[in-house]
Design a protein around this ligand. Structure first.
Ligand SMILES: [Mg+2]
Length: 266
């Protein structure tokens, strides 16, 4: 491609580009096709593993772009297969420390694929890929609230960060979707950036982009109002999941085209 990349879109998956219940993305297809038509890039950014994202990225026709995996703890490079023997040193170090912490946390590494399938609602094969981790450990807390505070204190003292996103408590050595977003922006230098997400772990990404779009998710409490919503830099969709995604991205592209056609700015 010659010239400057016009637009780079960063998108969360579950509850944003994918339907929260069915994982269907087809309602977003018209908007994705239109983005491809103008040469825009789409960067998938998710708590999913490289092994989970790679086949989905293929299906979406987005394998020419890197993807942000494991909630920003790592990148899956453009064209790279997710099922390769990626370096899991960081994950192994994390698991070693977790064994020393107060009990009550059950991580994916403590579960088999059937357990992960039950917990996530993913089909068996997808659950197996969700368990192929390189950077971070999602899991559930089964102890008391008091015990959780003690666990989190001990984790922090060992350099471990904890985040709640969607259904899980996820532990890692840090790195956010926004950190990886910075890395990708530096690489591609797009004319404009847009981010879409539905949950607290997307907020930094929404704030970092030129335009942020909060996709409605009726299955969760709505995100509290963000500062940038007052001036319209961050907006909300009315429809959930891929339908909201398409609604927002088609409207944004209409608006950008209109500004180009008329020469108006802002
Ligand atoms: Mg989500």
């Amino acid at each position: 491609m010659s010239g400057r990349l016009p637009l780079l879109v960063f998108t969360d998956l579950d509850g944003t580009l994918l339907d929260h219940e069915t994982y269907d993305w087809s309602p977003a297809r018209p908007a994705l096709d239109r983005l491809a038509g103008i040469g825009a890039g789409v960067i998938l950014a998710s708590s999913k593993t490289a092994a989970e994202i790679a086949p989905l990225r293929d299906e979406l026709g987005l394998s020419d772009w890197p993807a942000i995996v494991e909630n920003g703890c790592g990148l899956l490079e453009a064209g790279a297969p997710g099922d390769d023997d990626g370096d899991a040193t960081e994950y192994q170090r994390l698991r070693t420390i977790l064994h020393e912490l107060p009990t009550g946390f059950t991580g994916f590494g403590d579960m088999d694929a059937a357990d992960i399938a039950r917990l996530t609602g993913l089909p068996a094969d997808a659950a197996r890929r969700a368990g192929q981790r390189r950077f971070s450990e999602p899991g559930t807390w089964t102890g008391t609230e008091v015990g959780l505070a003690a666990f989190l204190d001990a984790a922090r003292a060992n350099g471990i960060h904890a985040r709640r996103g969607g259904r899980f408590l996820t532990l890692s050595f840090g790195g956010t979707k926004a950190d990886r977003m910075d890395e990708v922006i530096t690489r591609y230098r797009p004319g404009m950036t847009v981010a879409l997400g539905d949950a607290p772990n997307d907020v930094e990404m929404l704030q970092r982009a030129d335009r942020g779009i909060i996709v409605a998710n009726p299955a969760s409490d709505p995100l509290p109002e963000l500062d940038d919503e007052a001036d319209g830099r961050i907006t909300r969709t009315t429809r959930p999941g891929p339908e909201g995604w398409a609604e927002a991205m088609l409207a944004l592209q209409d608006k950008l085209n209109h500004h180009e056609d008329t020469g108006h700015d802002g």
